[in-house]
Design a protein around this ligand. Sequence first.
Ligand code: SF4
Length: 247
Amino acid sequence: MKSPIHLSASKIDTFYNCPRLYQYKYVLNLKEPPKKSFLIGNVTHSALEYFHKSYVNKKTSKAVMGSAFKKSMSEYKSKAPGLDKNDIMTIKGMLQDYLYYLSPRSEPKVIGTEKYFKIQLGDGISMGGKIDRIDRYGDKLYIVDYKTSFAVYSRKEMAASTQLVIYAHWAQQEFNVKEIYGVYIFLKHVLNGGVQKMLIDSDPDSLKSKCEAIRDRVESDDFPKNKSFRWCGKKYCSFYDRCVKEK
Ligand code: SF4
C-alpha cells in the first residue's frame, strides 16, 4: 500500500525543477534563511489582501491602500527590520502602480482573498494551497495570483503552470461556474502589460499522475540533482554549499 502524501503547487514545481532541492526542503525539512524577496512578497500580498477587503466597503482607494500598507507593515514588524529603504520603496511602488492600473477600470468583483483550500485526489494524495484572490462575474470565475518577482512568465509557461491547474480543480468543485480563468498580476510590470489571463482546464488526471510520480520517487529515495535548473547556483539556492559536498 502506498503511503499518503500531501502536496502543493510549490512542492510539485520544486520536485520537477530539482528533486534534490525537494529532498532538502520537504523530506529533510532543512530550514532556509529568510529571503528578502520572500518578505517583500509577504508584505505586498498582505497589503493587497487588506486593500481588497476594504475596497469593497466603498472607501477611497488611495486612502485604503495607504492604511492597508501600514497594517501589513506592522503585522510584519518583527521581520521588517530586514527591509531597507529601497525595499520599502519597491513595495510602495508596486502598490502605487497597482492603484494606477485599477483607477480607470471598474472595481473587481472580489468574492474572496487569501483563501486556503485542501483537495483529495484519491489513493492517499491530498493537495492544499492558498489563493490570493477570487473574482466572480456571473458564471465566470477568475483566480488571481499576485507576483512580485521581476520575471514575467510567457503564456506557454503560464499554460504549463501546476498552480493554476490545482486552483481550477478546487474551484470546479466549489463553484457552479462555466469557465475558470487564471490571472497572473506581475506587480512590477502591472502598467506595462503585466496582467495575464488564461482559461484553465483543471485536468485532474494529469495532476494525479504527477503526484503519483513524486510519491513513487520519494518512496524510492530518488532525488537527483538538476544543475541545469535556472535557479541552481550559490546566488539562488540556499542549499548550494551542502549540495556541492554531496554525491
Ligand atoms: S544547488 Fe542546484 S542541484 Fe543542488 S539542490 Fe540547489 S538547485 Fe538543486
